[in-house]
Design a protein around this ligand. Structure first.
Ligand code: FAD
Length: 398
């Protein structure tokens, strides 16, 4: 069968669009197939048309000048000069029905006593609880860090791999430290998908994928069959395990073992004058039904303020979530101007994950199949694009 495309990418989150961008720039005929009706995946600047397009980040919200792979793509798209700086606002804790400062939960003497261990405690292979209890003290971990980390990864943090949480990366001096865009971070996937030279199809259902001697055949539910010399799966691990063709059984078993965490996100917009709180970055839930609430105060709007509350799954009805969110903001539910529910999913990595990635990479060696996503190095946009770039280099060279 003659190949319709050089490269088919499945999944139009930042990982998949990044992979498609890199191959299209190399002159390869590239197609992206996305299951949902929009691109961006976890990047979702939710726009309320009834509020003149006022938007709130329902997923990823902050990019940093240490995101070298992301910035190189922004350079390609001529987007780097459009970045908007994010001022440094503080998070507050939401604990026992009260907003409190982060420092109120810190045990300074314990932190001072434990901190010298940072120089000798190994990080590799250890869980977040194990490593951070060692370097900042058990009580600091239990009372503060555990909740702060849960807020970042939107899931219980204890068993998450310490090495996947924060990685030091060089910063680009010509770019502000933390940034977004005038219409939110969805500007990035939307610009990637709209560029000429690559085709993106949304609302696609894939029935199955077959491995051919010279590539892959993708059978769509609408009866169409597409073929490509190279295939990249840029979907969550459970979806990747389902899509992997026959003959990739070891990979399917490894990938299918990686868990996912569900997040029930509630996005709320209110009139500026109805929210009495000073501008803030958001709330960190301490033993609360939500992991975190992220405000839109970093880019103030004249008329509205907004927040995205990231709730633990299956705990509260929508009405109860609204009540909890309003209580934490000190408003009554009648003050809500617009709201939306979004389902977010993030990989639930476990200590020892990097050894699993090594085995995945051994099984991929010599194949024309790429696997990328936020479930290899870590869950940030840059972690996802770091994997995307290394898979691109393996498949297509520099
Ligand atoms: C609430 C929240 C806050 C975050 N905050 C930040 C932050 O501030 N900074 C940061 O760097 N990162 C942040 N992240 C993480 C970051 O946004 C994500 O990890 C990253 O965007 C994931 O990109 P991805 O392409 O790997 O996966 P996804 O975004 O999950 O994309 C996968 C895509 O595959 C599609 N798909 C799934 N199955 C199929 C199928 N069978 N066929 C076709 N398509 C399919 C999905 O619809 C989706 O579009 C946050 C994430 C969340 C949820």
């Amino acid at each position: 069968m003659s190949h319709t495309f050089d490269h088919i990418v499945i999944g139009a989150g930042i990982s998949g669009l990044g992979a498609a961008h890199l191959s299209a720039r190399q002159g390869l005929k590239t197609l992206v197939l996305e299951a949902s009706e929009r691109v961006g995946g976890c990047i979702h600047s939710l726009r309320f048309e009834a509020l003149d397009g006022f938007w709130i980040e329902a997923g990823g919200h902050t990019c940093f000048n240490s995101y070298g792979n992301l910035l190189s793509i922004l350079d390609d798209l001529d987007l780097t000069r459009q970045v908007r700086p994010k001022p440094s606002l503080s998070y507050r804790l939401w604990k026992n029905g009260k907003r409190r400062s982060i420092l109120s939960a810190l045990h300074p003497l314990e932190a001072l006593g434990s901190l010298p261990r940072i120089l000798r405690e190994p990080k590799a292979g250890r869980s977040v609880r194990d490593y951070y209890s060692a370097i900042l003290g058990r009580r600091n971990y239990q009372d503060l860090l555990r909740h702060a980390f849960q807020a970042v990864i939107c899931q219980p943090a204890d068993h998450y791999p310490a090495e996947a949480l924060f990685r030091r990366k060089p910063r680009r001096k010509d770019v502000v430290k933390a940034f977004t865009f005038a219409r939110g971070v969805s500007t990035i996937p939307e610009t990637l998908a709209a560029q000429s030279g690559l085709e993106v199809r949304t609302s696609q259902r894939i029935d199955r994928i077959e491995a051919l001697t010279t590539g892959f055949r993708v059978q769509l539910a609408d009866g169409q069959a597409l073929a490509a010399a190279y295939l990249t799966l840029a979907v969550p691990p459970d979806a990747a395990a389902q899509l992997l063709p026959l003959g990739f059984d070891e990979l399917r078993a490894l990938v299918g073992n990686i868990g996912m965490s569900e997040i029930e996100t509630l996005v709320l917009a209110v009139r500026r004058e109805d929210l009495q709180l000073a501008p803030f970055a958001g709330l960190i839930g301490v033993d609360s039904p939500f992991y975190s609430a992220v405000s839109r105060d970093f880019l103030p709007d004249e008329r509205y303020r907004g927040l995205a509350f990231h709730f633990r799954p299956g705990m509260l009805s929508l009405e109860e979530q609204v009540r909890v969110a309003c209580a934490s903001l000190g408003i009554i539910p009648e003050r809500i101007l617009a709201q939306a529910q979004v389902r977010n999913r993030l990989p639930a990595l476990r200590a020892g994950h990097l050894a699993v990635v090594e085995r995945i990479d051994q099984a991929l060696a010599g194949k024309r199949l790429g696997l990328t996503g936020n479930w290899f190095i870590g869950i940030s946009m840059e972690d996802a694009l770091t994997r995307t770039r290394s898979e691109h280099q393996r498949l297509f060279g520099d």
